[in-house]
Design a protein around this ligand. Structure first.
Ligand code: 6CS
Ligand code: FE
Length: 309
């Protein structure tokens, strides 16, 4: 396990958005912090350390998922009516693509994010208390849900949000079946151990574009081809209620949905309380609070409370 090196003030090991060519540098942070005992077995921990992701097919009962689904449907119809500030529409239509910051204003989803079956795994991996860096529901509607091109979340969170080190992970909960037809999450296993320095500048207010279609901070095709030749592609398919945890630096993406079946997932991004956001490394002003939380609330584990509606 690589021990994280002290970050010298003037050397950022993860500087990206360069004028030169895109290239790969080694990750200087561990994947699993402190190797604490907890919910994950030693085999699951070592799978996650090696591959950068873990899939659980039925962490929640179908009864629990039915509650969450009907609640999210209400949120979705409200968002459609009020054009909520935290909503992002698809690049080529007014279809709802994502609803951000749901954990903050919705108490059921906040309690879901704190559920011990999720938060216990998160704390075991990052080796500390966690807070929500970002939450969103990606709806990927049938026929209109466009792709999310290949990217490392950490590259954006480092450069545009000022996340210093790789001590964060995402948890994706399937609200609909994720199958081979409706654009499931695809990951390049083990890619989390390589950091792709991307070429190109960061436009001002980039998030207004990137959350709809990301062009900045994406690897070039030669690097993607090599990574995929070396490690392959895994698509995270699963039924309603399946949960995928993936490292902040794992290369991932998903295809457009040209099936009639929506691929709707809730994403909670957990950051260590010891890895709080600094100034964005791209030098521009910080992204809004609903995309990158700068006033963190450390989470405590509890059982989801369905009366929290
Ligand atoms: O910019 C971000 O934070 C978002 N962009 C992508 C494509 N994935 C992570 C996150 O939702
Ligand atoms: Fe992403």
């Amino acid at each position: 396990m690589i021990q994280s090196q002290p970050l010298h003030v003037d050397v950022d090991p993860y500087h990206s958005r360069v004028t030169g060519a895109s290239h790969i540098v080694e990750r200087v942070d561990p994947v699993i912090y402190k190797n604490n005992p907890g919910i994950l077995s030693p085999e699951q921990l070592s799978f996650y350390e090696k591959n950068g992701y873990l899939v659980f097919n039925s962490l929640f009962s179908s009864q629990e998922m039915k509650h969450i689904l009907s609640h999210v449907d209400e949120l979705k119809s409200d968002a459609g009516k009020q054009e909520l500030a935290y909503s992002v529409v698809e690049p080529h239509s007014r279809e709802l693509r994502s609803l951000f910051h749901t954990h903050d204003y919705d108490s059921l989803l906040k309690s879901l994010a704190c559920d011990q079956r999720i938060l216990g795994i998160v704390e075991q991996i990052i080796g500390s208390q966690a807070y929500i860096h970002q939450s969103r529901i990606n709806f990927k509607p049938g026929f209109k849900g466009r792709d999310f091109y290949w990217h490392s979340d950490f590259e954006t969170w480092h450069m545009e949000d000022g996340m210093p080190r790789m001590r964060a992970l995402s948890c994706s909960i399937a609200l609909t079946e994720n199958n081979e037809f409706n654009g499931p999450l695809m990951v390049i296993p083990a890619s989390h151990k390589k950091y792709v320095v991307c070429a190109g500048d960061t436009p001002r207010d980039n998030y207004k574009q990137s959350l709809r279609q990301q062009y900045t901070g994406v690897p070039d095709e030669a690097i993607l081809t090599n990574l995929i030749h070396e490690h392959g592609i895994i698509s995270s398919k699963g039924s309603i209620g399946s949960v995928t945890f993936f490292d902040c630096n794992l290369m991932h993406g998903s295809n457009s949905n040209i099936s009639p079946f929506p691929r709707s997932n809730i994403f909670f991004v957990y950051n260590s309380v010891e890895n709080m956001l600094q100034k964005p490394y791209c030098g521009l002003e910080a992204r809004p609070e609903y995309i990158a939380v700068r006033k963190p609330v450390p989470l405590t584990k509890r059982k989801i409370n369905f009366n929290d509606i």
